[in-house]
Design a protein around this ligand. Structure first.
Ligand code: HEC
Length: 110
């Protein structure tokens, strides 16, 4: 096989599959909890809130798609939309920021 064609084919493959997987909604891990300074149970409750309340009016907006600063800005509004209490809102925010970071850290390993 022509080497140059093979090379071009490999580059094409990487462009379509080597980026971070933005569709991930990771389970809370001890490592994520430690990095965020919260318990794993609290982080997992944040995830459960996200799964239960954040796809009622629109598709679930995935953690990796929104920067931490914008999550902090938009969550007060969305928590009112979803009728969350302040503890649920805090746990959700911590989860979304942790999950955002996890997706991009996984990418660094490639
Ligand atoms: C009662 C309906 C409703 C619920 C429940 C709701 N949202 Fe929304 N969301 C909206 C509407 C309407 C918009 C667009 C207008 C706006 O920004 O207010 C929006 C916009 C957003 C955006 C901005 C998207 C962008 O591209 O800028 C994000 C992020 C978001 N929602 C996340 C969430 C999360 C996380 C939850 C769970 C706590 C949630 N939403 C629950 C109605 C809702």
């Amino acid at each position: 096989m022509n080497k140059q064609i093979l090379h071009i084919a490999l580059i094409g493959l990487c462009v379509s599959s080597c980026g971070p997987d933005l569709s991930v909604i990771p389970e809370a891990t001890p490592k994520m909890a430690m990095e965020m300074g919260v318990t794993q149970a609290s982080l997992q409750r944040g995830r459960a809130t996200y799964m239960a309340h954040c796809n009622k009016c629109h598709e679930r907006v995935l953690p990796a798609k929104i920067d931490p600063e914008y999550w902090r800005e938009i969550l007060p509004h969305m928590s009112v939309n979803a009728r969350l209490d302040s503890v649920q809102q805090k746990e959700l925010q911590t989860y979304l920021i942790a999950a955002h970071g996890t997706v991009y850290k996984l990418n660094l390993q490639h």
